[in-house]
Design a protein around this ligand. Sequence first.
Ligand SMILES: Cc1cc2nc3c(=O)[nH]c(=O)nc-3n(C[C@H](O)[C@H](O)[C@H](O)COP(=O)(O)O)c2cc1C
Length: 368
Amino acid sequence: MDWHGHTILAPLTKGGNLPFRRLCVELGARVTMSEMAYSRQVVRGSRAELALLRRHPSEACFGVQLAACKPDEAVAAGRRAVDAGAAFVDINAGCPIHDVVRRGMGATLLQRPAALARLIEGLATGLSVPVTVKLRSGWNEEKINAPEVARLMEEAGAAAVTLHARTREQRYTKAADWGLIAQLAAERTIPVVGNGDILTYYDARERQRQSGCASVMLGRGALIKPWLFREIAEQRAIEPTAEERVAIYRRLAVLMKEHFRDDAKGRERAMRFLPWHLSFFWRYRPLPETEFGGAEHPLMQTRQRFDADIPMLEQVLRDPREQVHRLLADALWDAADDAAAVGAALEIAERNPVEGPEQQDEIETSFG
Ligand SMILES: Cc1cc2nc3c(=O)[nH]c(=O)nc-3n(C[C@H](O)[C@H](O)[C@H](O)COP(=O)(O)O)c2cc1C
């Protein structure tokens, strides 16, 4: 597998469900990744965990990400992933959440580089597909060790490393350190995938050019505007109208119907995801390069602006309120076609007038 020149959909717990990945593929993604699956649960045959390994036929290159700390368990889980269609297996060495790090997985592996190297060695010899590792910069700012860990990964047989260039403690409070990605790319022979803060085609272009990374990975950018894959492939701004966005969001609802089934139970399951996706979609704004392309690089959550005079449909799609996301999700599920979805969204706008300027909230998440 050639790791150069790709725009990879990041592993996204909850967000990287199969219908959303299909939507990304339809909008230009070629390399997709599963949500993080726990090796132990995979080996035990947990239905919920095995469901995470499922690949849709439209996914040309699908990687499965595993949380693991024991080589035997990881290899056994990796084999199941390969049997299910994974083109590569990725090990999570960056997840900051307490439950994961306390059990010796995720970001804890950054503190135990030798153990991580043994894990990768075991997988690289035990699996028939390439093995990759997703790192963070380090545990905290005093312990930035991604360059050293990446060297060990290369020696252990990793086919590529991804760096989400923030520490475990930083979460999303600081901009990703693309200088560190550049350092890894310069030092390593294996391809380095750069990850952090890409929200536009010019972010991708500039980050790739400045860092020399082989490929880039999109997390929140894909959740906010899944057409970002196409935007990057075509190297131009894609700014869908509110009506066009309704059609994209309804497409996700249709893909969820196919996946979860079009009945009461399916709807209930889909509603665990669809309003959640709308809590990312509302953050979309056009960000012209002339205005936002400078050296100054604001955080993703602050690259939003408030326009008082926008049409009703635009207003409701930009509404940050959870109850509005739930209403929109229902409308998208029920609509027979895009025009009906637009009509229903306008009705929601009328019944739920915006009271003041949107909050400039933080994208806070416990994942990743
Ligand atoms: C909702 C959400 C879920 C995530 N789940 C995972 C995960 O399961 N595995 C992982 O390695 N990273 C996970 N991440 C981190 C992303 O893969 C990515 O590294 C991070 O968001 C930085 O990229 P971005 O700035 O493009 O969002 C998650 C991030 C978000 C926002």
